[in-house]
Design a protein around this ligand. Structure first.
Ligand code: TRP
Length: 530
């Protein structure tokens, strides 16, 4: 069940490894886009310090400082903690917890096949990457993303495979635990202009050719002044080609149309010296970096406050992460609530033994009020209703994904099959999806809030069979048929409705011959233990 928050903004999440101060390439390739996104989406941006350890575990001495360097540059470049959540991955332990849980269900082959895995193994030869943590790198990333139920993940091309893995993990989790807790994210590809470093190659920390995002104007201007022209205009009277010159590329990204036209002409006609062109490029770049430089200095001067702010933001992120962890833990059997298990331990050994042996039970409904069934319902409630249902209150009207088919060990002597489904109350009652086939027993759990009352109905097939068959016929014609339960005075009624027809809200039937079915007598007075 996708968890919705009060405002309906889509969620964006992305992270960076703490590699130290950022450069213009990082800005153009990611950060500038993030700064824009924070105005439109509910954004989570974090520093992936655990990811850094997957390759730098042997020498973690720079991790903390690098983390701060990245955070300071984010703030300097305009990520605003009032508009987005900026945090440190390792301050939100749920990332590690979800990664661990995912590791239980992720096939090794999925991780071995991720393209970055082999590539990095081959390229980073100075490090021993034959570790468990490095193999799990993309799975930790999946946990990062799914923990916040992100809709979009802004990343570069190299990370798309990781988002794809994330989608597969979400699908596997949902199908394995019959849930729809995790929603599949999409990559938001960030277009990256070709940004040259000072030596003309792609700007990259490993080439040592970067221009820092928050360097002083003097430092930026000096670096640009010393830039390579790619061997052009060896003497001032030689004409050049700005399309072949890294300084020309800088202009294209950072300068105004006039300056571009002017410098290109000056280059082609050899009417302006390279010197002049570089000074102009310096001006254009400094116009961007100078405000960052100043802002960064202000944050550095209050480093304790900045750190406290990051910790505060991490607490905010952890609260959101915990919302996801609650149903995830429940799905995997490790909720922190004692729940119905309490009742189980209240039974004697013989009573417990009996719970699983329904062979003597000819008629399911006859046992519907005895100890055994109470136990079963505890189980359903804890597995179908509890956390998901509580969290999904603002979602659209269809709550019927909480369902479980029960065959073992709850089969009766006649091998009856039981379906248990749960729904949360909406203005016109409780809606349930029509299952693919008919069941001998269909249990409907109707959850009412904010009172948190649970009404459960254990319906034998003959109660709903006729209407069900009719509904199935309509379903084949592609109509939106739902089962609806409503409370009418002191009666409870069941009805198959067509969601596409506006008269639904008036309680009209899909077809005149389908009556309301009175199910009041099937209501059990059940008090869940949560
Ligand atoms: N692997 C990403 C990178 O190297 C960093 C990262 C970690 C990330 N977790 C993430 C990016 C989650 C997006 C979403 O750039």
């Amino acid at each position: 069940m996708p968890i919705t928050t009060t405002d309906q903004k889509k969620r964006v999440l992305s992270g960076m490894r703490p590699t130290g101060k950022l450069h213009l390439g990082n800005y153009m390739g990611a950060l500038a886009n993030w700064v824009r996104l924070q105005h439109e989406y509910e954004c989570y941006f974090f520093i992936a310090d655990w990811h850094a350890l997957t390759t730098d575990y042997a020498d973690p001495s720079r991790i903390k400082q690098n983390t701060l360097d990245v955070a300071l540059d984010w703030l300097a470049a305009g990520l605003d903690p009032e508009r987005c959540t900026i945090f440190i991955q390792s301050h939100v332990p749920q990332h590690a917890e979800l990664h661990l849980l995912f590791s239980m269900l992720t096939p090794l082959g999925w991780l071995e096949r991720v393209p970055t895995y082999k590539e990095q193994m081959e390229n980073l030869t100075t490090k021993d990457l034959t570790t468990y943590g490095f193999l799990g790198y993309p799975l930790l990333q999946s946990a990062d993303i799914l923990l916040y139920q992100a809709d979009y993940v802004p990343v570069g091309q190299d990370q798309v495979a990781h988002v794809e893995l994330t989608r597969e993990v979400a699908r596997r989790f949902n199908s394995m635990y019959k849930s729809s807790i995790l929603s599949e994210p999409e990559s938001l590809l960030t277009p990256t202009p070709k940004l040259p470093g000072t030596d003309g190659r792609k700007m990259s920390k490993s080439y040592g050719n970067t221009i820092g995002l928050s360097e002083s104007p003097m430092a930026v201007a000096t670096k640009i002044h010393r830039m390579s022209t790619n061997g052009q205009r060896m003497t001032p009277s030689d004409p050049g080609d700005p399309d072949l010159c890294p300084v020309g590329d800088l202009h294209k990204i950072f300068s105004s149309a006039e300056v571009i036209a002017q410098t290109q002409e000056g280059c082609r006609k050899a009417s302006l010296p390279c010197e002049w062109c570089k000074i102009e490029a310096g001006h254009s770049v400094v116009a961007i970096t100078d405000p960052f430089h100043e802002k960064r200095q202000r944050y550095e001067a209050r480093i304790d406050e900045t750190w406290e702010m990051l910790r505060e933001q991490s607490r905010k992120a952890a609260a959101r992460a915990e919302e996801t962890m609650l149903p995830v833990r429940a799905a995997m059997g490790i909720t922190h609530e004692l729940g119905a298990v309490r009742r189980y331990f209240g039974l004697t050994a013989q009573e417990r033994e009996k719970l699983y042996h329904l062979e003597d039970c000819e008629d399911w409904l006859a046992v519907a009020s005895d100890q055994r069934t109470i136990f079963l319902r505890d189980y359903w409630v804890n597995n179908l209703v509890s956390r998901d249902a509580r969290l999904s209150q603002e979602a659209n009207r269809v709550f019927t994904t909480l369902e479980r088919e029960i065959e073992e060990p709850y089969l009766t002597a006649k091998k009856k099959r039981v379906l248990v489904t749960a729904a949360v109350e909406e203005p016109d009652g409780w809606h349930f999806r029509i299952p693919a086939r008919s069941y001998e027993i269909w249990t409907l759990l109707c959850w009412k809030r904010p009172e948190d009352d649970l009404y459960d109905f254990v319906l034998p097939q003959n109660v709903y069979a006729q209407a069900f068959a009719q509904a199935k016929r309509l379903l084949r014609k592609n109509e939106q048929i739902h089962l609806r339960v409503r409370q009418h005075g002191d009666k409870w009624q069941l009805q198959f409705v067509d969601l596409n027809r506006p008269e639904v809200s008036n309680g009209a039937n899909i077809a005149p011959e389908v009556e309301f079915i009175d199910i009041t007598e099937y209501l059990r007075n059940y008090r869940p233990l949560l």
